[in-house]
Design a protein around this ligand. Structure first.
Ligand SMILES: Nc1ncnc2c1ncn2[C@@H]1O[C@H](COP(=O)(O)OP(=O)(O)OP(=O)(O)O)[C@@H](O)[C@H]1O
Length: 214
């Protein structure tokens, strides 16, 4: 970890509970996410990892408790059947990452174009940029979604099982990018069952039945 323990958190949750129709997916979660730190959320299926990531992202409001963040947040979701069907190119998907920095009409300036090109290059998908997203392989889609997250240049980067189903070279590249982002000061939080992601973590948060076990 490149930051000290007394660094102010980039995101904090206090007493967070998420109730799905009377069943608690999360129960009383207190969590600080630090800049410069790769935090891995681990635990069995159904433990609440994705729900916790969604609360950190701000896409799922907690039933109880509070969330505070100090800067922009990027969420790299697991590739899904819904995103497979979107009639957009790879470059379009990555371009969404810079929208938050653009004006009302979302006209791309030079800095935004550079951010998009850099993200495509870091994920080695420049040659795919003009292809429809729907025609990509699963691994290529995952790399495109991560490129979108990098283009956002957020203070907090959240990833849901980014190496699942990838070949070893692609998985290795994604692990290297997560480490590099953490080293550059980003607060990186990753849900993963991948032993190599777990071994590269600065901190592992184990969830069990909706609570932090250790
Ligand atoms: N939209 C939803 N509606 C109802 N219940 C849900 C919803 N999303 C998740 N749950 C439930 O909340 C619990 C936690 O789910 P979550 O997806 O956060 O677990 P997870 O640890 O990410 O699991 P996995 O490792 O299988 O991805 C599970 O019991 C799940 O069935």
């Amino acid at each position: 970890m490149s930051q000290t323990r007394d660094t102010a958190p980039a995101a904090s949750l206090r007493g967070v509970t998420v109730d799905f129709a009377g069943r608690d997916a999360l129960r009383g979660i207190d969590l600080d996410v630090l800049p410069g730190c790769l935090t891995v959320l681990a635990g069995p299926n159904g433990a609440g990892k994705t729900t916790l990531l969604e609360v950190l992202a701000g896409t799922r409001p907690p039933t109880e408790g509070t969330r505070s963040v100090t800067g922009a947040v990027a969420l790299v979701p697991q590739r899904t059947a819904e995103t497979d069907r979107l009639p957009v190119t790879v470059r379009d998907v990555v371009t969404v990452g810079v929208w938050g920095r653009l004006g009302r009409w979302r006209r791309l300036d030079a800095a935004a174009r550079t951010a998009i090109d850099d993200a495509l290059e870091r994920l080695q998908i420049q040659d795919l940029a003009r292809l429809p997203f729907a025609t990509l392989s699963g691994g290529q889609r995952q790399r495109t979604l991560l490129a979108q997250g990098l283009a956002r240049a957020a203070a907090v980067l959240l990833l849901d099982e980014p190496t699942t189903g990838l070949d070893s070279d692609s998985a290795q590249r994604i692990r290297q990018i997560m480490r590099a982002e953490a080293e550059s000061g980003v607060a990186v939080v990753c849900v993963s069952h991948d032993p190599e992601v777990l071994s590269s973590a600065d901190r592992t948060v184990h969830l069990a039945d909706g609570a932090i076990a250790r």
